[in-house]
Design a binder for this molecule. Structure first.
Ligand SMILES: Cc1cc2nc3c(=O)[nH]c(=O)nc-3n(C[C@H](O)[C@H](O)[C@H](O)COP(=O)(O)OP(=O)(O)OC[C@H]3O[C@@H](n4cnc5c(N)ncnc54)[C@H](O)[C@@H]3O)c2cc1C
Length: 554
């Protein structure tokens, strides 16, 4: 996709490039001189057909007052040290560097070995990245596989019937944000490292502690070296050493909150539709969440005929259970096939197509929201500050939003002056938003825990034997569970609101919990046009709609 490139000029008016459409809401808000491209969920399919006729608009100014997006070349900016070169640390470093700051990243590993395959970057994450470094955002779009333009949704794991389908295009098109995509974590880390400059990243170095010393902060490494900077970003992950020091936690026992689930993940070759084409045609289906009591299965097309899946199992924490140890099976794949043996072919086929050695496992944890992100000149960022459960695919996205805000605030400092205020403002602009995403991610997991398609399905373990047997008998009648009926009604009413909030934040200011994408301030709101800058899909508005009475719709 063609995106505008940023150069290090002091003042730059950005125009919407050919192949993108400025979001209808954004046009109203920013008064751009564009032909109105009204886009709602219902008419995106019309757009699909007419895509090649849509006229694309240029000369959309970046700011409300015709203000221009600027890359500062101020010399007197803080010197930034970053502990941790994961997604958060690298993006924060790249963001600060683009603002003209000197950055040094310390990364523990000598070579990256990220967990799992590809990562999903939703429209908010890409919007923030585009505001930070448009060229990096463009590379991400080039390498990524768009999934946000297809039917996505929740299904009953056993029957394989849709429980709720949703349209992830709407928040993107309405707000002028890029469509959700997936890309390999390795590729993402490569793009980000390049953006930071490998000469600014010290691989194989561990930050063990920090000290605020007057108007400086000193980071001490495991090899005894000390580095002085104006600010230290603690982006050292959910088990952060810097957070442990700041909050007086036991570094060996960080206060992680176990989600109640462990996740098993793999990428498998799955290009041909198998027994259930409706669930396998990658031209029509993006990602699907198959629901069931005590386990759920999330799968997404990741391009090249591959599917990535996450199988979540409700098990005790710590990897001591029979499934984690794989006591009764040859490998994880066999174990998963056993756990999911009664599920629909769409799930089982993905497992069948998996190479046993490709399945990885880990406990799912998050951190309870805690506003203590700042200590003097040290600020937590990413999972060290706001780790969330992976159900919404937003952990990395929130790290990108936070990086954008942090660099924005730091760029207002004069050398070391004003750093502490900048850090406090960063935390204030980000705490509510990350807390809200934390809550929504947990809520998704709860929904899975309590999901029952039919009355009597999977009676709770704590029921007396006679009650369990009674419910098992009832379940044979296949009476829709009142909880799932209500759940579907609630989802049909709330999901568009949730998608809009997660993806775009309703234009609410960050301090009040809105998204931090830089839309209209540091980027021209714009989104891809099907058939020009995104694939042309054979989908109509009907394909996204649920059919039937709410509660029993399919
Ligand atoms: C199963 C699963 C699926 C997910 N899917 C998605 C998704 O689709 N989309 C999404 O946006 N998010 C997703 N996430 C969340 C996302 O992976 C994380 O939020 C993100 O990786 C956090 O980045 P980070 O840089 O803060 O932390 P990390 O990725 O943990 O990086 C921390 C880095 O710091 C280094 N480090 C640690 N300690 C030190 C030290 N003392 N000194 C120097 N370096 C140190 C580590 O080696 C590491 O490289 C998922 C998470 C899981 C578990």
């Amino acid at each position: 996709m063609t995106m505008v490139s940023l150069t290090t000029t002091t003042s730059l008016t950005r125009a919407a490039p050919v192949g993108v459409v400025v979001g209808a809401r954004a046009q109203r808000r920013y008064g751009t001189r564009t032909r109105r491209a009204e886009r709602t969920s219902a008419d995106v399919s019309k757009t699909t057909r007419r895509a090649r006729r849509v006229v694309v608009v240029a000369n959309a100014d970046a700011g409300e007052s015709g203000e221009t997006a600027a890359v500062t070349t101020k010399k007197n900016l803080p010197k930034v040290l970053v502990a941790g070169g994961g997604i958060a640390g690298l993006i924060a470093a790249a963001a600060c560097k683009r603002k003209g700051m000197d950055v040094t990243v310390f990364e523990k590993v000598k070579k990256y070995e990220p967990f799992g395959g590809p990562i999903q970057l939703q429209c908010n994450a890409q919007g923030a990245l585009d505001s930070i470094c448009p060229d990096m955002a463009e590379k991400v779009m080039e390498k990524g596989t768009i999934t946000g333009d297809r039917v996505n949704g929740l299904l009953d794991g056993v029957s394989g019937e849709w429980f709720y389908r949703f349209d992830t295009r709407k928040p993107c098109h309405d707000n002028g944000l890029p469509l959700t995509l997936v890309l390999s974590r390795f590729e993402l880390l490569d793009i980000l490292s390049e953006g930071v400059g490998t000469e600014n990243i010290e691989m194989g170095t561990v930050v063990t502690s920090y000290e605020n010393k007057g108007d400086k902060v000193v980071a001490t490494l495991a090899d005894g070296r000390e580095f002085e900077g104006d600010v230290l970003i603690g982006a050292d992950g959910i088990r952060s050493k810097l957070r442990a020091q700041m909050r007086g936690e036991d570094p060996e026992k960080p206060p992680l909150a176990y989600a109640g689930y462990a996740v098993y993940t793999a990428v498998c070759k799955y290009s041909q539709p198998h027994r259930e084409p409706q669930h396998t045609d990658p031209n029509k289906v993006g990602y699907q969440v198959f629901l069931g009591p005590k386990q759920y299965f999330v799968s997404s097309d990741v391009g090249n005929g591959e599917q990535q899946y996450y199988a979540f199992l409700e098990v005790p924490a710590g990897g001591d259970d029979e499934f984690a140890k794989c006591e009764n099976w040859e490998n994880y794949r066999e174990m998963l096939m056993d756990r999911f043996k009664d599920w629909c072919p769409a799930v089982m086929e993905r497992l069948e197509c998996t190479r046993p050695e490709d399945v990885e496992r880990r406990d799912v944890n998050d951190l309870l929201p805690d506003p203590r992100w700042i200590d003097g000149r040290m600020a937590l960022l990413g999972d060290s500050a706001h780790a969330v459960q992976p159900n919404l695919g937003q952990g990395g996205g929130q790290a990108i939003e936070s990086s954008y805000v942090l660099a924005d605030e730091l760029s207002k400092c004069e050398g070391g002056k004003g750093v502490q205020t900048a850090l406090m403002k960063y935390a204030a602009r980000r705490f509510l938003r990350t807390g809200a995403i934390h809550g929504l991610s947990r809520f998704s997991s709860l929904m899975n825990t309590f999901y029952r398609r039919h009355l009597g399905d999977e009676p709770y373990d704590w029921y007396p034997e006679s009650v369990r047997n009674m419910w098992l008998e009832v379940s044979k009648a296949k009476i829709p569970h009142p909880g799932s009926v209500m759940g579907q009604i609630i989802l049909m009413g709330s999901m568009p609101i949730i998608l809009e909030y997660v993806g775009a934040g309703y234009g609410i200011p960050g301090v009040l919990g809105g998204a931090s994408t830089g839309n209209g301030k540091d980027r021209v709101p714009r989104s891809q046009i099907p058939g020009i800058s995104a694939p042309l899909r054979d989908l109509t508005a009907e394909d996204f709609k649920m059919r039937g009475i709410p509660g029993l719709a399919k």
